[in-house]
Design a protein around this ligand. Structure first.
Ligand code: 8YV
Length: 330
C-alpha cells in the first residue's frame, strides 16, 4: 500500500486545519509552536515530502541545500513568498505554492483601519483616556485630518490593493494607483481609479500612500529615501505588505524631522525585532504600529490552511496545484 506523504508543518495551525492534515497525510506538526531554527528547517527539508512553512521561516539557499530527494513541494501558509528562495527551490525541482485570495478582505480591512486610525488619531485618543488624562472636550483639541476627499495612492493594485480601493471609495477618497501593469479600462472605471505609470509623480500628489505590493528584488526599498522625499509634508504612509518595500530608516528620519505627517505600519524590515525608534515614535503618538496582524482572523487562518491542503492534495494526486508560484510573479 502507498504510504501517506510526510508533511512537515513548521508552526501550529488552527485545530480544524491540523485535524484535517492528520487525516490526509503523515503530518508532523509543531506542537509547542516555536519558530524553527535554520538547523531545524534544514533537518525538515532533508526528510519531508512536503514542507509547510510560514512567514517566520527563512527557506534560503543554505536550507534548500539540505533538501532530500523526497522534497517536491513547499506549500507555504501565506501569500507573500519573500521568505522563500523560490528560484533556488524551482531549480531543484521543488514546486512552491502560496495561499492568495483568502486573506484579501482581512488585509484590506486592516489597511483601512490604519488609513482611518492614523489621520484621526485613534490610538492617541485611546491612550489619553487610558491614562486618565482627558482634559475635556474643546473645539481645537485632538484634531486629526479628514479622510473624505483625500487622495489615496495605492502602490501595487493586485487583489489587496483593489480591495483597499473599493473600501476607500466608500469613504469618499479619490483613488490613485501605481502598478507594473495598468488595469483593464473596465476595472479601472469600476474602481474610479487614476493610473500613474510614474510612481514618483503619483507620490508627489497623494495625501495617503498605501503599500500593497509583494516584496521582491524589484520592490525592495521601492519607497526609497529619495521617493519618500517626494511626498507632501502632511502626507501619511500605511504599510500592510512587507517592511522591506519601504526604507524604514529613511521613513523614521522623516517622521522624526516632521517631513511626514505620520505612518501606520503592520510590517517591518526586521520582524519581530523592531527598531526602537519606531516604538518611541509610536509612544509619542506620531505613528501607529501593529505586529503583522493584517491577515490575523480565525476565518482567514482556517481558509489559508484549507488552501494549503488543497495545494498539497492536488499536487500529490499528480495535478497542477491551484496556487503554484511562478517566477514571473517575483
Ligand atoms: C501571514 C502574510 O502573516 O500571507 C502573507 O503574506 O503576511 C500573512 O498572511 C503570514 O505570511 C503567514 O505565513
Amino acid at each position: 500500500a502507498k504510504t501517506k506523504p510526510l508533511v512537515i508543518v513548521t508552526r501550529a495551525l488552527p485545530a480544524a486545519v491540523e485535524t484535517r492534515l492528520r487525516e490526509l497525510f503523515d503530518a508532523r506538526l509543531n506542537d509547542d509552536d516555536h519558530p524553527m531554527s535554520q538547523a531545524e528547517l534544514a533537518a525538515a527539508v532533508a526528510s519531508a515530502d512536503v514542507l509547510v512553512p510560514t512567514v517566520t521561516d527563512r527557506i534560503d539557499t543554505a536550507v534548500l541545500s539540505h533538501a532530500g530527494p523526497n522534497l517536491k513541494l513547499i506549500a507555504s501558509f501565506g501569500t507573500g513568498v519573500d521568505h522563500i528562495d523560490v528560484q533556488v527551490a524551482m531549480s531543484r525541482g521543488i514546486t512552491v505554492t502560496n495561499t492568495p485570495g483568502v486573506l484579501t478582505d482581512d488585509t484590506a480591512d486592516m489597511t483601512m483601519a490604519l488609513i482611518l486610525a492614523v489621520p484621526r488619531r485613534l490610538v492617541e485618543g485611546l491612550e489619553v483616556l487610558q491614562h486618565g488624562e482627558w482634559p475635556g472636550w474643546a473645539p481645537t483639541w485632538m484634531l486629526g485630518r479628514r479622510i473624505a476627499g483625500k487622495r489615496l495612492g495605492i502602490v501595487g493594485m493586485g487583489r489587496i490593493g483593489s480591495a483597499v480601493a473599493r473600501r476607500a471609495r466608500a469613504f469618499g477618497m479619490q483613488i490613485h494607483y501605481h502598478n507594473r501593469r495598468r488595469l483593464p479600462a473596465v476595472v479601472e472605471q469600476s474602481l474610479e481609479a487614476t493610473y500613474w505609470e510614474s510612481l514618483d509623480q503619483m507620490l508627489a500628489r497623494v495625501d495617503i500612500v498605501s503599500v500593497n505590493c509583494p516584496h521582491t528584488p524589484a520592490t525592495y526599498h521601492l519607497l526609497s529615501a529619495r521617493r519618500l522625499k517626494l511626498l507632501k509634508k502632511d502626507a501619511y504612509i500605511v504599510n500592510t505588505a512587507r517592511g522591506g518595500v519601504v526604507d524604514e530608516a529613511a521613513l523614521i528620519r522623516m517622521v522624526e524631522a516632521g517631513e511626514l505627517a505620520g505612518a501606520g505600519l503592520d510590517v517591518f524590515e526586521n520582524e519581530p525585532a523592531l527598531n526602537p525608534k519606531l516604538i518611541k515614535l509610536a509612544r509619542a503618538g506620531r505613528i501607529v504600529i501593529l505586529p503583522h496582524m493584517g491577515s490575523a482572523t480565525l476565518e482567514g487562518r482556517i481558509d489559508m490552511g484549507e488552501k494549503v491542503i488543497v495545494n498539497i492534495k492536488t499536487f500529490i494526486d499528480g495535478h497542477r496545484p491551484p496556487d503554484r508560484v511562478l517566477l514571473s510573479m517575483l
